[in-house]
Every structure is written in C-alpha cells, then in structure tokens.
Design a protein around this ligand. Structure first.
Ligand SMILES: *[C@@H]1O[C@H](CO)[C@@H](O)[C@H](O)[C@H]1NC(C)=O
Length: 252
C-alpha cells in the first residue's frame, strides 16, 4: 500500500511536469487524423437520457463483442446506451446497434475493474476486428502505443476539460504515446499501464478506445489526469484480462 502511494505520487508528479510545458490549445489533443484504412473497428458507445449525451470509444474484437471501459456505461434509470459502428472513416455511414444483454464487467474480489465487454444484438461481419494482443510479447516501458478517440481536441478556459458531451470532431483522432509505467494494480481501476507524450493528451469522449501496439489491442483507455486532460493517460492492460475475454467470448 505504501509502495502504491509512492507510485501514485510519482505519477502525479510526472503528470504535473509533463503538463507544465503543454500548449493548452491543441490537445485527442495533439493528435492527427487517423488514416482512413485503420481503426475501422473503432465504435462509439453513446449514452443519453433525452437531454444529455455522453460518449466513449470502444473496439470490435469479435463479430458479436465490443471491448471498452466499464465507466462508459450509464446504469442510472432513464439513460440508454447504444453502440455506433462505422464512425471511421465518416464516409462509411454510421449505424446504431443495441446491446443484447447486461454489460459484462471484470470483477475481482468484489471490485470492478474499468474494463467491460458488450454483446451485440446482431453480429457485425463486414468490419475488420481489432486483434487481441500476443501476450508472449508484453508491453514495456518505452514502447509506443497509438490511442484514438472522438473526444474534444481543445480545452476550455484555464485548461478546464470541456464537459462530457462536447462536439464530436469531424475526424477520428489518433495520437502516439510512450508507455511510462506498467504492471500496476490500482484499486477500483484494475491492472493498468500509463502512457504519455509532451503536448498530447486525451479528453472526455476518448476513454474506452483502443491503445494499439504492433496493430494489436494491448490497452483500453481509462482516463486522463484529475485536471484538464493532464498526462499520463491510464490504460487498462489487456494482457491481464485476456483469459477473461477469451472465456467470456467462448474462444478456446
Ligand atoms: C439528464 O441528465 C442530466 C445530468 O445528469 C440532468 O441534468 C437532466 O435533467 C437529465 N434529463 C432528463 C430528461 O432526465
């Protein structure tokens, strides 16, 4: 526990130092338009109660299943959740899909981790899947991960995060970051790694999306820093959940 606190303090310190030389205007923030032929598996998880809308990213990892962050699901009464596919490239034409059953959230010792599987009501057979990682080759500090999302690309006054539900950018944004820490088990979040890059960050709307390495989904974006889009980004380490994913999907 003491060790964990020290690590968290170190991470907070890193977040601040990375943040201090960040240009606050462009922050996915600091990314680029994802190539039209990649990330076709990227989906939007959209939650609405009629007047308010939140969105997250997610990835099609099987013709029936989406992998995303658990906090992306709105459980409160009055809220509905939907999957939007073909969000990238935009020319593909968005399509809405319903979830077939309750979300499956990874739970260990009564504690939920921020990783979730959603079963679709109908299978999707015409969209390339995000390949699961090859966990014989673990992700390490220094490796580059590519994140993507439809979160805000700017921050508000005083570097405040734009509120959830900010306008969706016209093009899916990609950003490359370096892994700065791995192998942490953070209470209430799960097995995570951290990634950062100067002048680059994520915002509301980006969690749930994939952190890709060698064209495989090694991570699921969980959240940015406590303040406006501050680095490093917390990412669920998919290799720690691969057995659970395979069991849930019925892959043997
Ligand atoms: C939707 O949620 C927001 C924020 O929680 C709340 O302010 C609003 O009144 C809700 N709308 C409806 C129709 O319940």
């Amino acid at each position: 526990m003491a060790l964990l606190k020290v690590l968290l303090l170190l991470l907070l310190g890193l977040g601040v130092s990375v943040n201090s030389d960040v240009s606050l205007q462009k922050r996915i923030i600091g990314g680029y338009d994802c190539h039209a032929t990649e990330r076709l598996y990227h989906v939007r998880v959209e939650s609405s109660n009629g007047t308010h809308l939140h969105h997250c990213g997610g990835s099609l990892i099987h013709s029936w299943w989406i992998l995303t962050a658990a906090h992306c699901w709105a459980f409160e009464p009055g809220w509905t959740n939907e999957i939007v596919i073909n969000v990238h490239p935009r020319t593909a034409g968005e399509q809405r899909r319903m979830i077939q059953q309750a979300p499956v959230i990874y739970t260990q010792g009564g504690q939920q981790h921020d990783i979730m599987l959603l079963a679709l009501e109908r299978s999707i057979t015409d969209v390339p899947l995000a390949p699961l990682p090859d966990c014989r080759h673990k992700i390490r500090v220094g490796h580059v991960v590519q994140l993507a999302g439809e979160g805000a690309t700017t921050t508000g006054p005083n570097n405040q995060r734009l509120p959830p539900g900010a306008a969706i950018p016209p093009h899916l944004q990609c950003v490359d970051m370096r892994v700065v820490r791995t192998s942490l088990n953070v209470p209430t979040r799960g097995h995570v790694l951290y990634a950062a890059a100067p002048n680059k960050d994520i915002c509301y709307g980006d969690p749930g999306g994939a952190a890709m390495h060698n064209h495989m989904i090694y991570g699921v974006i969980s959240l940015g820093g406590a303040n406006a889009c501050e680095s490093p980004v917390t990412i669920l380490n998919v290799c720690e959940y691969k057995d659970w994913i395979r069991t849930t999907l019925g892959i043997h």
